[in-house]
Design a protein around this ligand. Structure first.
Ligand code: GAR
Length: 202
């Protein structure tokens, strides 16, 4: 049995979830290594975070591609060249095309800043506050063709406090994300490694 799966992380911005995954992978018994980071936004801090950690990292700017499918083919080629087993979206703010999702079915994880199925899409903290929910949080799920609709792997609840604004709530949810994502990836990867064979993507 292999000891570690090769993770490819996709990011678009600040990269704090990427940093949390990188730090988790430092533990000798963690069942993954971040083998490649792909960033689609020039100047995104996530690229520097990956490089500072000594991880192979590339900018693949979606604006340089004629279509979403062409951009996703670029991602796919880079991931396959690096022999990636699992893809982790870490603040990756692009929809993936149906072809990419089908090829990587069951091996793309995403972290979303709400308790799915509530508040799919963007601006989740503002919408949660406006809806007056008492409990908000974050979700790690498998990526399918529908936006934020794939099977849920794990969720973490965050209580909304009186006086919370978008910033204070977002900060507490982000703290929860940084715990939930590494923990869920660990469990997911352990289960995959325990399967008879880790097969390559379609
Ligand atoms: C995180 O809150 C993540 O859950 C969210 O973007 C933020 C990225 O922060 N992702 C989405 O909204 C995906 N649709 P980070 O770059 O510091 O990890």
């Amino acid at each position: 049995m292999r000891a570690r799966l090769r993770v490819g992380a996709l990011a678009s911005g600040r990269g704090s979830n990427l940093r949390a995954l990188i730090e988790a992978c430092r533990a000798p018994d963690y069942p993954c290594e971040i083998a490649l980071v792909l960033v689609n936004v020039p100047g995104a801090p996530a690229l520097d975070i990956a490089r500072a950690a000594g991880i192979s990292a590339r900018l693949i700017d979606h604006r340089e591609f004629a279509s979403r499918a062409a951009f996703d083919a670029g991602l796919d080629a880079a991931l396959r060249a690096a022999k990636i087993d699992i893809v982790c979206l870490a603040g990756f703010m692009r929809l993936l095309s149906p072809g990419f999702v089908a090829a990587w079915e069951g091996r793309v994880l995403n972290i979303h800043p709400s308790l799915l199925p509530a508040f799919k899409g963007l601006d989740t903290h503002r919408r949660a506050l406006e809806a007056g929910v008492a409990i908000h949080g974050c979700t790690v799920h498998l990526v399918t063709a529908g936006l934020d609709e794939g099977p849920i792997l794990a969720r973490a609840e965050v209580a909304v406090r009186p006086g919370d604004d978008v910033e204070s709530l977002a900060a507490r949810v982000l703290e929860a994300e940084h715990l939930l994502y590494p923990k869920t990836l660990r469990e997911f990867a352990r289960a995959r490694l325990a399967e008879a064979a880790v097969t390559p993507p379609r």
